[in-house]
Structures are given as C-alpha cells and as structure tokens.
Design a binder for this molecule. Structure first.
Ligand SMILES: C[S@@+](CC[C@H](N)C(=O)[O-])C[C@H]1O[C@@H](n2cnc3c(N)ncnc32)[C@H](O)[C@@H]1O
Length: 373
C-alpha cells in the first residue's frame, strides 16, 4: 500500500518561501512549514499532483521515501534494500542520483550512488537525462551517518512551463515573475502594465493568474512515470484545472518594450502560453507609456534594465523617466520594481519599500513597491 501521505519538500529559490507557503495554503495544504529553500509538507497523492500542476513559485517537489542509519556501506546497502523503489521507478527512466554528504563516515558520492543503483536494480543515468525526460532524479543526503533518500516528482524544474522558447535579454524565471505578482498582492482584478517586458514573463504569468490557468497545464511531470502513478487521480486533477480556467482575462494586461526582438518574443511566448488575446503588446519606449483606456488604477510591475549602461542614456536617467511616467500618467497606481541596485530605484523619486529579496540567475534581486495611496 502506498503511504496515505507523502512526506515532501516543496523546493523554491531562497527568498520565495513565504510566497510559496501562501500558495500551498491556498491550495488547501495544511501543516506546511517553511524552511530555507522550501516548504515541508505532508501531501496526499492527489495533493502531490495538484501542487506540481498549480504551484507557481515552486522549483520542484521532492518526496522522502526513506531514512536509515548508514555508517558503513553494508548498512547503506541494507537500508537501501528496504525502500519501495518500484513505486517510484517506472519502466522507462534511469535513476539519476544527486548525493551530498556531511559529518558522515561515508562521503564518496560516486560509491554511494553505485550502492543505491544496485539496490534499485537499475543502471544510473546522467544529470542531463532529467531535463531530457529519460532520467528520474533521486536526492540522497548523508548527514551524521544517517541517509535520507528522496525522489523528485516534478522532472524538469517547474519554472519550465513549456511556453518560453523565445527569450530577450536577461529574462526572469517564470517562478520569480509569479512570485512578484503574488508578493505585490496583485490578484488579477486590476490592470497591470510592464513597460520593460523583455520576453514577456511578467505579463504572461499575470495572464495565467488572471485566468486561473494552472501553470503546468502544458507540460509533463516525473510522477506520471512512476510505478505507483494513479492515472484516474491525475485525470481528475487535470479535469478540475480545465474547468476552473476562465476563457479570458477580465482586466487590461499591457506589455511594451523599446526593442523589436523583445516584442516579437513576448508575442510568441504569449501565443504558446495560450494568452496572446489577453496581453496587449506594443513596441514603445518607457516615456511613451500610457494607462490602458477606461480602466481604474492598477499595478505598474516591471523589471527595469540593469548593468552599467543602456543605449540612449544611463540607467539613472532611465529610472528618473520611469518615476515621472508613474507620477504623471499613472496617478494612484501602485508601482513594483524588481531591481539589482536599490540606489538606482531611488532615482525614480518614488517612495519604495522592500517586499521581497531573492536571486535571479545567481544575482541578488529585490522587489521594491510603493505603499497604497
Ligand atoms: C531586464 S530586461 C526585462 C526582462 C523581462 N522581465 C523578461 O523576463 O524577459 C529589461 C528590458 O528593458 C528594455 N528597455 C531598455 N530601455 C528601455 C526603454 N527606454 N524603454 C522601454 N524598454 C526599454 C530592454 O529592451 C529589455 O528588454
């Protein structure tokens, strides 16, 4: 019998734990405990599928399948032999072991992986097999001579929704774009403007939220290949997601960029995500941004360019222009900026405070927001 609840770690980029915790609570998951880089939860089989499909800010969901003492290789082999590998390793995937060891007598990750591969009766795969869809990630952690084995239920990282093929310069992770929207408290009922849209990650994630579209509808997951996969439960989770989806966003979502390639990328990505009709995309510089006609105040939520220089003036001028546009053309609107250097944001002249601090592509970033008028 499979366990009634899986002991799981929903992994996220450090800094997103609180937002992810809020998402899991909204999905009906109780007893969720944030820890650094994730949220620990006990999930039913149905919840495990639903969290993979719905969590907008999660990177992956790991399921702990066992923990045992492993002071020697003999103990490691004995413990590994007790695990229900058949439930998680289906016919077509090679186990890819990611081993870490600390404060333990066993430390040679290759030798540890070899013993575990022997226990599950499968030759190990290579790290590239996970994204290629031919490998099953198994995370092995030795700490103080105790071995904990977890299997990954997600497969390719969850920010890979399947729609972003075209990228402009410095794209945001989809999970981070969703986190900005959720941390700002944007609930899909007020208009949203992104004047530096790049490949369109923020407005496309906004459209998915506004339409209650599950971010994972267009992709597959590792658990679908497990020996214990329950197709009926999955069909029911997917059926509910399809029924929930609204046919169109009921608010204006406006994306623009001065770069033609970025505008083309945004349109192509929005089309693949099935939200092209929901996002108004145009080529224009930030100085030409106007609020969508006939709508009340909403959010200007954006990720301005960073780096030493951008064409047409330096970044201080660009931020000053952005601040002027916000004050003069979008009075009463809230502003959220994802920035690398908060001093640059100071040139907007807006009163901003920090709402989130995390990393994007290894760079420290912060979401700064204005307070409501
Ligand atoms: C950091 S990128 C935004 C990345 C985007 N969030 C994504 O996920 O792809 C900044 C964007 O600002 C655009 N940009 C730079 N100067 C601009 C200006 N004056 N007016 C409008 N867009 C500008 C660049 O073309 C670039 O696409």
């Amino acid at each position: 019998m499979p366990p009634a609840r899986h002991d799981c770690l929903v992994v996220c980029t450090p800094g997103l734990e609180t937002v992810l915790h809020g998402e899991l609570t909204a999905l009906g998951v109780r007893t969720a405990t944030p820890t650094r880089g994730g949220v620990a939860v006990a999930l039913t089989e149905r919840q495990l599928y639903a969290v993979n499909l719905w969590a907008r800010t999660a990177t992956r969901v790991l399921v702990r399948i066992g923990s045992f003492p492993a002071r020697t290789f003999a103990e490691l082999e004995d413990g590994a032999a007790t695990l229900a590998w058949h439930r998680y390793l289906g016919g077509d995937r090679a186990p890819v072991f990611r081993v870490s060891a600390s404060a333990s007598r066993l430390y040679h990750s290759g030798a540890i992986a070899q013993r575990l591969a022997a226990a599950c009766g499968r030759p190990p795969g290579l790290p590239g097999d996970i994204d290629a869809g031919t490998g099953q990630l198994v995370v092995v952690r030795l700490h103080r001579n105790r071995c904990t084995v977890s299997v990954d239920s997600s497969g390719a990282a969850l920010h890979r929704r399947g729609w972003r093929l075209a990228t402009a310069k410095a794209p945001l992770r989809e999970t981070l774009a969703a986190a900005l929207l959720l941390a700002a408290g944007w609930d899909g009922t007020t208009p949203l403007v992104d004047p530096f849209c790049g490949s369109g990650t923020i407005p496309i994630e906004a459209a998915l939220l506004a339409r209650d579209l599950a971010p994972g509808l267009g992709r597959g997951f590792a658990f679908q290949h497990w020996g214990g996969f329950r197709p009926g439960t999955w069909a029911s989770v997917m059926g509910e997601a399809r029924r929930r989806a609204r046919p169109a966003a009921e608010v204006a979502l406006v994306a623009s960029d001065r770069d033609e390639g970025a505008v083309t990328a945004t349109r192509a990505n929005a089309e693949r995500a099935g939200v092209l009709a929901d996002v108004e995309v145009s080529r224009r510089t930030v100085s030409d941004v106007v609020p969508p006609a006939g709508t009340g105040p909403g959010w200007l939520l954006t990720n301005p360019p960073y780096g030493s220089r951008v064409g047409g003036g330096d970044l201080r001028n660009l931020h000053a222009r952005l601040g002027r546009v916000a004050r003069e053309r979008l009075p009463g609107w809230r502003v959220g900026l994802l920035v690398v250097d908060p001093r640059l944001a100071g040139h907007t002249g807006l009163a901003l405070h920090e709402a989130l601090r995390t990393t994007n592509g290894g760079i420290d970033v912060r979401l700064l927001v204005t307070t409501p008028a």
